[in-house]
Write a protein that binds this ligand. Structure first.
Ligand SMILES: [Mg+2]
Length: 296
């Protein structure tokens, strides 16, 4: 039987070409984002197959995630790499005293995705086929279509480039203190792209309930594909009320990291638009910031 023979992890910092600002920066809660921290895990089995997985972190928290992963890594040695759910469960119990969400499970995610990559490679299949594919392609959108530091002219130009490259939709940031400016930017993008291109907006949790109700009402006529994180990520009741009172689908979940947190949203029995994944990765220069321990 094949077993896990080697595990290595490394923490990278990926600097962005330009720092970006979402609404949390304009409301004074965060500084502009200049880099993304990525925890990468490589898992090799006794037959020489390798899988690569990763998890990421913005601003603070990456060193804690790395430290937690480093403690867990030896626990994978000797396990059957096909037993992904059992291994996840084992690692969660190892860190039970620090909880089942946040850093604790984000550290495990690097191993979890590496194990799925390894399983697909051993099977000689793309991961989508291993899981049971239904279609050959999916619609995608540019999640970095318009951060708030970018003037609207730059946002429109970037939208054109996204569509020309085959990306089907464009998401822009809103949620800045000047609500009228938010509305003008969305209107300008809709006027530029026409009615048939999916447009999404991301508030990054910066509206209160009253503002969200007013803005969603004003934005309904724009035919948005969804409005993402209009309220604090943990204001489940607020999201449920907003979803009931607006025509535009409401998206949330990006900040949640546990089954229990997602289950609380699902329990409201509202139709949630699952917000996510990014299709805008670019080949930024990679700068390792932490050594790569090898545990074997
Ligand atoms: Mg988002």
């Amino acid at each position: 039987m094949s077993v896990i023979a080697r595990v290595s992890i490394v923490l990278f910092e990926l600097p962005l070409k330009k720092s970006v600002s979402d609404a949390k920066v304009l409301t004074g809660r965060q500084r502009p984002l200049g880099s993304v921290s990525v925890l990468a895990a490589t898992i090799a089995d006794s037959e020489g197959n390798e899988g690569l997985g990763f998890s990421y972190c913005l601003r603070a928290g990456a060193q804690g995630m790395y430290a937690h992963a480093r403690e867990l890594a030896p626990e994978l040695i000797g396990e059957d790499p096909a037993d992904i759910a059992r291994i996840w469960n084992k690692l969660v119990w190892m860190g039970a005293s620090v909880g089942r969400s946040g850093t604790a499970v984000q550290a495990i995610a690097a191993f979890d995705t590496a194990l799925w990559d390894l399983k697909a490679r051993r099977a000689g299949l793309p991961l989508s086929k291993l899981l049971g594919a239904f279609r050959d392609s999916v619609p995608c959108y540019n999640t970095s279509g318009g951060y708030l530091q970018a003037p609207i002219e730059e946002v429109l130009e970037k939208a054109d480039r996204s569509l020309a490259s085959g990306i089907g939709g464009v998401k822009i940031k809103v949620g800045q203190p000047d609500r009228a400016l938010d509305l003008r930017r969305v209107e300008a993008l809709r006027a530029h792209l026409g009615d048939s291109v999916p447009i999404m907006i991301d508030v990054n949790q910066q509206w209160d309930r009253a503002t969200a109700a007013r803005m969603c009402d004003a934005l309904d006529r724009q035919g948005l594909a969804w409005i993402e994180e209009p309220l604090d990520a943990y204001d489940i009741e607020g999201h449920a009320r907003l979803s009931a009172s607006t025509l535009t689908p409401i998206g949330s979940g990006e900040m949640l990291s546990s089954v229990a947190e997602h289950a609380a949203y699902i329990a409201t029995r509202r139709g949630w638009a699952a917000s996510r994944p990014s299709c805008a990765w670019r080949p930024w220069p990679i700068r390792p910031t932490w050594p790569s321990p090898r545990i074997s």
